[in-house]
Design a protein around this ligand. Structure first.
Ligand code: FES
Ligand SMILES: [Fe+2]
Length: 418
């Protein structure tokens, strides 16, 4: 299987050829390996601490195929617990979120767990022998958890490197994103939707400059649009960034909230100096934290995509906004957020349409086996619509799927410089 997978990505820098075999989007065995070699062995974004700001706050979601509970215990510690009763497996927490919780009570047979996950009540406990030890039967925590500046990451791989090492250069881009305000919060609610397409198609789409002016012509041809700029860049370990650069036209948010944002700019300048403030405020691009956390800086959005089947994925996205900001600015931001990246916005439906349409077209793969991602492979630097960042992710994918380690080279080895 390993050498088979190796052959599914053609990476020929000499000739400037980069191809992906279309079975990677349809083959059940590939998805099974991805679960084992990617989702079971990476750091995965689970949520933000502001979503459980008080003791007794909790939320449930699915991360890497496992139902989990993120809960702030009565001791104020944020924990991530596997959402399965130690009796006979039922989901212990069934609501999307809640607060003021003292205990979780499994509705099946009534076992009770506290907010630290300890088993504190079993109906008619004397029915069990002395071998039954309540203290061994608490809700199981995820094997690894690390919280980076409020972002909660989990891993199901106990041996995984620390999160900061894992992030490589993506840490700097994350820092820029998180420097936006002294305290950030995820406002209540999220966008959750699904698409009839392979999960990798959305990661690709999220930093694909080539499609923006074409797929999103309707949005970008209006006065509110922007001119894409910047280039794709590898950040190591499969993380990439796309679209860093200066805006050539003001963003929609700048147009509707100019003066309010000016105040924020001044605050940031005081704290970080002019140049960094500019970068924090302007455009830092879209960042992929491998494998599936997409940070869309322009809309201050965090988005994850997880596979359900080879041709079906679940997406969830949240805004991460300055805490305690003015109500009208907040309203404008949320508006702006929904306008493009919302599931009914100007961008997402077009992207999902393109993704689902690709997936349908894989029906031809016995005859048409390969997709191409070689744009700009012969030149450095890249244009905004070249595909270096897409290749970087595929290089990581191939290395993880074949050797279960990071790729050593993510960039093109450019042979002829244009
Ligand atoms: S499955 Fe939870 S109490 Fe039985
Ligand atoms: Fe798009």
């Amino acid at each position: 299987m390993d050498s088979d997978i190796d052959r599914l990505v053609i990476d020929d820098c000499e000739r400037g050829v980069f191809r992906i075999h279309r079975s990677v989007f349809t083959d059940e065995r590939i998805l099974a390996s991805e679960r084992e070699r990617i989702f079971d062995r990476c750091w995965l974004y689970a949520g933000h601490v502001s979503e459980v700001s008080k003791p007794g706050d909790f939320l449930t979601r699915k991360v890497g195929g496992r139902p989990i509970i993120i809960v702030r215990g009565d001791d104020s510690t944020v924990r991530v617990l596997l959402n399965t009763c130690r009796h006979r497996a039922n989901l212990v927490a069934r609501e999307p979120s809640g607060s003021g919780l003292k205990t979780f009570r499994c509705f099946y047979h009534g076992w009770i767990y506290n907010t630290r996950g300890q088993l504190v009540g079993v109906p008619e406990a004397d029915a069990y022998s002395s071998a039954f030890n309540k203290s061994d039967m608490g809700l199981m925590p995820v094997p690894r958890i690390e919280i980076y500046r409020g972002l909660v990451f989990v891993s199901y791989y106990t041996q995984i490197e620390g999160l900061v090492d894992y992030l490589a250069e993506a840490k700097d881009s994350l820092d820029l994103f998180l420097d936006y305000a002294d305290e950030l919060e995820v406002p209540k609610g999220s966008h959750a939707y699904s698409m009839r397409g392979n999960w990798k198609l959305l990661t690709e789409n999220s930093f694909d400059g080539y499609h923006t002016l074409i797929t999103h012509e309707r949005q970008f041809s209006t006065a509110n649009g922007y001119v894409p700029d910047g280039q794709g860049r590898s950040l190591g370990n499969g993380h990439v960034i796309f679209g860093e650069g200066k805006l050539k036209r003001p963003t929609y948010l700048n147009q509707i909230a100019g003066p309010e944002l000016q105040q924020q700019r001044e605050r940031l300048e005081k704290k970080h100096g002019r140049e960094r403030a500019e970068r924090i405020m302007a455009v830092n691009g879209n960042t992929l934290i491998y494998p599936n956390l997409i940070i869309v800086d322009r809309w201050r959005t965090l988005r994850t995509v997880f596979p359900v089947r080879t041709d079906f994925s679940e997406v969830q996205s949240w805004a991460l906004l300055p805490k305690g900001e003015d109500k009208s600015l907040r309203a404008k931001r949320l508006d702006n957020y929904s306008l493009f990246v919302g599931p009914g916005g100007f961008g997402t439906p077009d992207d999902v349409e393109a993704i689902e349409s690709c997936q349908l077209a894989y029906g031809t793969q016995k005859e048409v086996e390969w997709s191409d991602a070689s744009r700009g492979m012969h030149r450095s630097p890249q244009n905004f619509n070249d595909e270096l960042q897409i290749r970087a992710v595929w290089r990581e994918w191939r290395s993880r799927m074949t050797h279960m380690r990071h790729a050593t080279v993510h960039d093109d080895r450019v042979v002829q410089v244009a």
